[in-house]
Ligand binder design. Structure first.
Ligand SMILES: C[S@@+](CC[C@H](N)C(=O)[O-])C[C@H]1O[C@@H](n2cnc3c(N)ncnc32)[C@H](O)[C@@H]1O
Length: 259
């Protein structure tokens, strides 16, 4: 079988180390929380080989690249409809999954944030994600208040998921090697995937706070708050990067109460 030609615009860097592939797949912990797993960007199937050996769940593969799709169709004829040639970002999960499913992948780095925001949008259906990202993105996901990596993605992911930075991966184990280091993270959704506040307002507050991250929250959130009623609120004197998820939830509740 001839190999898939690596295409830069699709973020194709193929993992060549089977031990790392097996370690990534072993980082999934189904324990009955889901019976189906979707792999994003299987490429030539280095992760899929291990996923398909597991009896705990049914595996689905989606790759945007037709060359990869044709390669995998020959490699795994048993998959049939479970091998999909489409853009993950455009995927309508409801056409395939009725219940919860996990997501795994060595993700294309050029669309990391979009992938994570799509997962957040579908958090009620996605209790777990294990995957490789550019190290910098993985650090951003797991970073804590006060660090320079802490931002919108950190807050939203940590609001709904436990984020674990599992391990770092060197560029040399890919073909072709990327210019950056990589890292594997695991997201495990909270038992209750809802926040104890007006969630729509929470999203607006976090976005507005970080969109003007050099300003204090009092200024960054001026269109969302009743400034007069909240003159004594000391949290508003801080910048967004100082606030934990809980601080944002509590601030959202005070904004609601003072409207
Ligand atoms: C970093 S490669 C990983 C390939 C393989 N899993 C491996 O570890 O060797 C990323 C894969 O994602 C695929 N891809 C890129 N954009 C995609 C998208 N929007 N939807 C689905 N797959 C995508 C690429 O075609 C490629 O196969």
């Amino acid at each position: 079988m001839s190999l898939v030609r690596a295409k830069k615009h699709l973020g194709q860097h193929f993992l060549t180390d089977k031990n790392i592939a097996s370690k990534i797949v072993d980082s999934l912990r189904p324990k009955g929380k889901y019976t189906q797993v979707l792999e994003v960007g299987p490429g030539m199937g280095v992760l899929s080989d291990f996923l398909l050996q597991k009896a705990d769940y049914e595996t689905f593969l989606i790759d945007i690249d037709t060359e990869s799709y044709n390669f995998l169709k020959k490699k795994y004829p048993q998959l049939k409809q479970r091998l999909i040639n489409a853009d993950f970002l455009e995927m309508d999960f409801s056409t395939i999954f009725t219940g919860s499913f996990a997501i795994i992948g060595n993700f294309p780095y050029n669309i990391s944030s979009q992938i994570l925001f799509k997962v957040l949008d579908s958090r009620h259906q996605v209790p777990e994600l294990v995957g490789m990202f550019q190290k910098e993105v993985a650090e951003r996901c797991a970073s804590k208040p006060g660090s320079k990596e802490y931002g919108i993605l950190s807050v939203f992911l940590q609001a709904y998921y436990k984020v674990e930075y599992l391990f770092t991966v060197k560029a040399g184990v890919f073909n072709p090697p990327p210019k950056v280091l990589s890292a594997v993270i695991r997201l495990t959704r909270n038992e209750v995937p809802e926040l104890n506040c007006d969630e729509k307002l929470f999203w607006q507050v976090v976005k507005a706070g970080f969109n003007q991250r050099r300003k204090t929250l009092r200024n960054a959130l001026s269109s969302l708050i009743n400034k007069e009623a909240m003159t004594e609120d000391a949290t508003l004197d801080l910048r967004a990067e100082r606030l934990s998820v809980n601080d944002f939830v509590e601030l959202t509740n005070r904004i609601t109460a003072n409207r």
